[in-house]
Design a protein around this ligand. Sequence first.
Ligand SMILES: [Zn+2]
Length: 110
Amino acid sequence: MRNEIICDKCKLIISKFEIKTHIITQDEKGIDVQESYFQCPTCGKKYTILISDRKLRLLIQKRVLCLKKIQKAKNKKDEAAMIRNKKKHDRIEKEISDWQGMLTKKYAGK
Ligand SMILES: [Zn+2]
């Protein structure tokens, strides 16, 4: 994250972020949908950092695993495995960003 942002409501420069997490709701299976956010200390405007549900959290875990595999392949100089995992990583990354977009649309402002 950037080190400071200008609040677009009160124009204060915010340089200290106190990141909070709250549960927005539960999905169909009763699993928490969480939002990480911070608030402008002056006017209280809320800035969302990440909205995550079970699927997103799983995808993020999958991506971490994939990065580890890439590192392993690099250490072994296994070019084929590197390319394979890099492709997989890119696919997961795309999936994460699509799903995040959907979650933001669905839950932002709640
Ligand atoms: Zn503000």
